[in-house]
Design a protein around this ligand. Structure first.
Ligand code: ADP
Length: 398
């Protein structure tokens, strides 16, 4: 079974064709600058060099047509015809409270996803365009929507309600939704599998540390709390996002800088976090280099980042009355032994000890805690596309 995974943004589209007989990637790629001059597709068939094709893509329809042309191309294609695509899995950012799991797409589902648009105005409309174009170009092929928020729908009200007038929740749907759910689901299952356990047997804390970063408490297979909130701005101090701040700062900063509310929120999303603290550095490779040179801003930024990860881990140990396993994942979590080591220095009270040699490795499932550590600490590379393909396969096969 071949599953096409589509992640459609407002001006870009990522795709992977996954052969589910062995879960291998047959081809993958990216369409960039959709609707903007200079659009192009970067296409990587497995085992061959990647190919870049400059081609006008005024809308997502041209982009998806180009993807399908690449996949079926005589020379560099990986399938003979579109009939070899058995199903399509679409990443959808926000499912609100309507979707607690992935779902087969039909007209009714599309209507409900549209109702969630106001909760993710930058993302959901683009995700829907991808769905509609694929339905048009591949009529009869089953399609599945996989939501970033769905995994967190198991959170109890004490974790998802804010201390606001209750109409904020009842009338305006303001609550903690949480994001990165597809990654947290994949990694929490994968770490259980790797440790020879079932997800239902473990209390796991997943640290998804990328440019966007969030932590999730997974209690016996279910998300019970997570650090992102109503939007992905909440929780950890991230690459360019502030994470949690005192909400009164918004008005104060806006007045000082002469900014509108929207402009201030933009600062919190795009010009804060590591980038804001250092005046322009958000890539951890640069931050680590600065740290090692003794650059004060880089030292502070990294210390703040690691301290905040450790604070959330501590909170989620309390939420689950203990923890059996901690997983590090995403760009920083998978690659930076430095950050992992610094975070774990705070966790000695849990009986955690780290093996520096194992912690220096990267790129594969691995255990970085010592055999006598009271909690298993592992690096588990995330794979959101594969999670989308697995959910799609399970639903399509019924
Ligand atoms: P996102 O999907 O949110 O854009 P990623 O999961 O791709 O983020 O992670 C991007 C982050 O991972 C960047 O901050 C980048 O610096 C960091 N990263 C990637 N490789 C390394 C590395 N070798 N060492 C430290 N950090 C790394």
């Amino acid at each position: 079974m071949n599953i096409l995974v589509i992640n459609c943004g407002s001006s870009s589209l990522k795709f992977q064709l996954i052969d589910m007989t062995n879960e291998s990637v047959a081809a993958k790629g990216l369409c960039e600058r959709i609707g903007i001059d200079g659009s192009r597709i970067v296409y990587s068939p497995a085992g061959k060099d990647k190919i870049t094709i400059e081609s006008p893509m005024p809308t997502h329809t041209e982009a998806i047509k180009l993807v399908l042309d690449c996949l079926t191309d005589k020379e560099n294609g990986v399938i003979d015809s579109l009939a070899a695509i058995n199903a399509v899995g679409h990443r959808v950012v926000h499912g609100g409270e309507k979707f607690a799991d992935s779902i087969i797409i039909n007209d009714e589902v599309i209507k409900v996803v549209e109702e969630c648009n106001e909760l993710a105005p930058l993302h959901n409309p683009a995700n829907l365009i991808g769905i509609n174009v694929c339905r048009e170009l591949m009529p009869g092929v089953p399609m599945v929507a996989v939501f970033d928020t769905a995994f967190h729908q198991t959170m109890p009200p004490k974790a998802y309600l804010y201390g606001l007038p209750i109409k904020a929740y009842k009338e305006y749907k303001i609550r903690r939704y949480g994001f990165h759910g597809t990654s947290h689901k994949f990694v929490s299952k994968e770490i259980a599998n790797y440790l020879g356990k079932k997800p239902e047997d473990l209390r796991t804390i997943v640290c998804h540390l990328g440019n966007g970063a969030s932590i999730c408490a997974v209690d016996h297979g279910k998300s019970v709390d997570t650090s992102m909130g109503f939007t992905p701005l909440a929780g950890l101090v991230m690459g360019t996002r502030s994470g949690d701040i005192d909400p009164a700062i918004v008005e104060y900063y806006a007045n000082k800088e002469g900014l509108t509310l929207a402009e201030t929120i933009n600062v919190l999303n795009k010009k804060s976090g590591m980038d804001g603290l250092t005046g322009g550095k958000s890539d951890f490779r640069d931050l680590e280099a600065g740290y090692n040179e003794g650059d004060e801003a880089c030292v502070n930024a990294i210390e703040i980042f690691c301290y905040n990860v450790a604070r959330f881990v501590g909170a989620y140990v309390a939420a689950m009355n203990g923890v059996d396993a901690i997983a590090f994942t995403a760009g920083i979590g998978e690659n930076s032994g430095f950050v992992r080591g610094k975070v774990c220095e705070y966790l000695g009270y849990l009986g955690i000890t780290i093996d520096p040699e194992e912690n220096a490795k990267r790129g594969e499932n691995l255990t970085i805690s010592t055999p006598d550590s009271k909690v298993k600490v592992c690096v588990i590379p995330t794979n959101e596309e594969l999670m989308i393909a697995r959910d799609t396969k399970a639903l399509v096969e019924g």
